[in-house]
Design a protein around this ligand. Sequence first.
Ligand SMILES: *Cc1c(COP(=O)(O)O)cnc(C)c1O
Length: 383
Amino acid sequence: MSSAASPIRVVSPEADERIFVTQPHMAPLSEFIPYLEKIWDSKVLTNRGPFHRQLEDALCEYLGVEHLALFANGTLALVTALQALRITGEVITTPYSFVATAHSLLWNGIKPVFVDVDPNTLNLDPKKIEAAITPQTTAIMPVHCYGHPCDVEAIRQIADIYNLRVIYDAAHAFGVKTESGSLLRHGDLSVLSFHATKVFNTFEGGAIVCPDAKTKQRIDHLKNFGYVDELTVVAPGINGKMSEINAAFGLLQLQHVDEAIARRKRIDAMYRELLRDVQGIRCLDAAGETASNYAYFPILIESEYPMSRDALFELLRSHEVIARRYFYPLISDFPMYRGLPSASRDNLPVATEAALKVLCLPLYPALRDEQVERIAAIVAQAQ
Ligand SMILES: *Cc1c(COP(=O)(O)O)cnc(C)c1O
């Protein structure tokens, strides 16, 4: 790319045309200035300021949940969610996710136990969970991968029988609904990410969705060093707070998120139409959600396709289209996990295969129709 030393980047027409897998959706800067003026006037920069409180309320209403605690990012929220429920021992989780899912377990001294995924949804396969439960198992941490719902009912039944907690990594699942309402109401806790690359972003940010006020209070203490009041510290908490500038931006972003999701939906429909008859390309289907967020557009490159996934990845690159192989490598293949017995590929055949076949195509609100057509044409015409 450009020289790191120069603050002014001269963009060549070629680099300008380069299409990445995503591009952050940002409300107009002019609309953000009044929020900044308020912060400059009040000098309240953090520690549960007015924008922080307003964003928590606004998100509860938008998402249809009772309680939510904002965080500086989704990873701190995951780490804190495990602390909030005092999870120890072993936790069953998926290898097919972003690495932060399992890292949050290691940061708590918890042993991840990888269980394979379902071939249709690529989410944790409930049928394979029971065999992985041991006397040390205390919880399940599934991921609503690409924003498609896990089999929440089957997971709840297993959790009830074995007295396990369930913490959903819902980093992809902002705004997703099923027949019973918000997907985020399932499990003991759900964790969101508002990272720049996600459907709803606050530059960096995250949240824990929780069912009751008492749990939210514990989480609020944990994210602020364990402070209850000026003189009382009740737990070895962390600094996980979201700043006022991020919270203010979130309030503004929330006003634009519906139009952003509507545009994503249109692009998703275009890709599905344009790729429908392409031999060897499988578009991942919705998994029973009544409201989707169209966070990603994963395709699976099957053996009938004329080239391998990696060859298609390179072909797209040669056309300045930077797709991404989410999720390859599997988390269980990274050095800090691959020694675990559950990390063996024999234990994870479906995830192993998916990781070799998947490619996420560019999908973001500013992507233009003709760009979608061009990307789909490259995929459709490859030979
Ligand atoms: C983005 C993401 C995270 C981490 O969120 P950050 O806000 O970037 O810390 C965790 N899990 C999954 C599945 C993610 O995609």
